[in-house]
Design a protein around this ligand. Sequence first.
Ligand SMILES: Nc1ncnc2c1ncn2[C@@H]1O[C@H](COP(=O)(O)OP(=O)(O)O)[C@@H](O)[C@H]1O
Ligand SMILES: [Mg+2]
Length: 276
Amino acid sequence: MPTLIETQNLCYEYKHENEITIALKNINISIDEGEFVVIIGHNGSGKSTLAKHLNALFLPSKGDVWIKGMNTRNEEQLWSIRQQVGMVFQNPDNQLVATIVEEDVAFGPENLGVPSNEIVKRVEDSLKAVNMLQYRRHAPHHLSGGQKQRIAIAGVLAMLPSCIVLDEPTAMLDPLGRKEVMDTIIDLNKSKGMTVIHVTHHMEEAIEADRIIVMAAGEVVQEGTPKTIFSQVNELKQLGLDVPQMTELAFALKQQGIHVPEGVLSLEEMVNCLCP
Ligand SMILES: Nc1ncnc2c1ncn2[C@@H]1O[C@H](COP(=O)(O)OP(=O)(O)O)[C@@H](O)[C@H]1O
Ligand SMILES: [Mg+2]
């Protein structure tokens, strides 16, 4: 698959008066079209700072970020870059701008100058894709957190992006809302081929990824498939990270001398291997 996003020696410093915080140090990552990448790392490891570089909300202090061959420093391509890579943030209430769901979803394409008959179609398709079409005439503030996040995702989809970056979109949601949003993200990737970059601290949400990127203190410290990353329980714990429940259980069982094969991640896999 062709490369969609590439960072080359990306460094970023926050500057406040005399104080400098180095938030990203020499990040070199590459994301292919159609990939589902999960980024994990403890608080302050640089995940959000990295995410904001992926659609030119932030520009590198040093190094470069390329989106489909466009350098994010190139101001002339700013709108193309923003249209290619959509962002969804943690707080659903800060992302919705209109008083009616369908107007909210139409906001992005309207700003792009998309003709109105095309907007109607995009709004309908986007709301269908997040399973919220029946709420098109509702007021966003009456919806649940999970529903609001799905409207925010629909708003991004209406711009017809190649990629969607979600920065802890489930952090403020209850378990049902988390599941709704995760099911939506997974479906967008698996059945519509959307490239997804999902930042989370819920390890269960990383199980479905094609690849996990682990960050610590502004650096990428590990990269690999969920099976590879979660087989290193001690290393992850040293980084202050959890592991998925079943990985934890497999680890505890092994310490008790009960054999569990490497890479058991889901409840179903665990049941199958304990009660074949
Ligand atoms: N607006 C800011 N001003 C100064 N420092 C910041 C700011 N935002 C984040 N930082 C610092 O940059 C580092 C990375 O933060 P962040 O990207 O938010 O990490 P994460 O999303 O992984 O929690 C941390 O040390 C954090 O304190
Ligand atoms: Mg963050």
